[in-house]
Design a protein around this ligand. Structure first.
Ligand SMILES: NC(=O)c1ccc[n+]([C@@H]2O[C@H](COP(=O)([O-])OP(=O)(O)OC[C@H]3O[C@@H](n4cnc5c(N)ncnc54)[C@H](OP(=O)(O)O)[C@@H]3O)[C@@H](O)[C@H]2O)c1
Length: 214
């Protein structure tokens, strides 16, 4: 597949490299410096390159949205037309101070996106353990039991594609249902992040996550 990365930070950078090494064609876009995008592309080896958000969108079958919620308007403006694209979002709708969700309970960030870009096919993939956990994914891929990664969405074909990407990153995809499930999972994702950063106990966190997935 051709995958456009919109936001090449911790999430986008790491997942893009994994996707490229798994054999997908990846375009890294949206960072504060173009050199960083080129460096990521080099790490992703032959199947990755740097580009603008618009280039990432134009040639992509699927897009990964991995930006802070406050950057959303800017990214969408630079990205251009997202009609028909599978947009996988892991962006939590947090305020600028990262202290609380600005969208949740009655709606989710993914649902907001789906309303704002009605012609895109939005899939929410989040509730993930923080990206540090992904660092050893390739080394642990041979293990028979894999941690779960929850995703949800309304479009069966998009979800099939996303499940493949989740497998490629070393997780077991767990279909949580329609997009509206995202509104219940977003507060949970926050709790997971808080446990990870304040609890200092990664393995236990991964276990809790897997248990939740089942
Ligand atoms: N990190 C995780 O483990 C994790 C897990 C689950 C969900 N999430 C969610 O995923 C989203 C992204 O997280 P992240 O940790 O990947 O964030 P991040 O590391 O801050 O990445 C954000 C990206 O946006 C770019 N950016 C920020 N301001 C910009 C500007 N003015 N112009 C151009 N590019 C700009 C950053 O550029 P630079 O690369 O130059 O900094 C970076 O590439 C967040 O909503 C987060 O809550 C993260």
């Amino acid at each position: 597949m051709r995958i456009g990365i919109l936001g090449s930070g911790l999430m986008g950078g790491k997942l893009g490299i994994i996707f490229a090494r798994a054999g997908h064609e990846v375009i890294f876009s949206y960072a504060r410096s173009y050199q960083k995008l080129e460096r990521l592309a080099k790490e992703g080896k032959r199947r990755a390159r740097a580009g603008t958000p618009q280039e990432a969108v134009q040639s992509a079958d699927a897009l990964l949205l991995a930006i802070h919620w406050s950057r959303l308007d800017d990214v969408l403006k630079q990205a251009g037309d997202l009609s028909g694209k599978v947009l996988i979002t892991c962006s939590l709708p947090m305020n600028a101070e990262n202290t609380e969700l600005v969208v949740a309970h009655t709606s989710s960030g993914a649902e907001e996106l789906a309303k704002r870009i009605p012609k895109a096919r939005v899939v929410s993939a989040f509730g993930t353990v923080p990206s540090e956990v992904l660092f050893g994914v390739f080394e642990t891929k041979h293990k028979t039991s894999r941690s779960s990664l929850v995703y949800c969405g309304d479009d069966a074909r998009s979800k099939e594609l996303v499940a493949g990407l989740i497998r490629d990153t070393g997780f077991e995809p767990v279909d949580a249902g329609p997009l509206q499930i995202a509104r219940y999972l977003e507060p949970f994702a926050l709790l997971v992040a808080q446990l990870a950063y304040e609890g200092g106990n990664g393995p236990e966190l991964a276990y809790r996550f897997e248990w939740f997935g089942k």
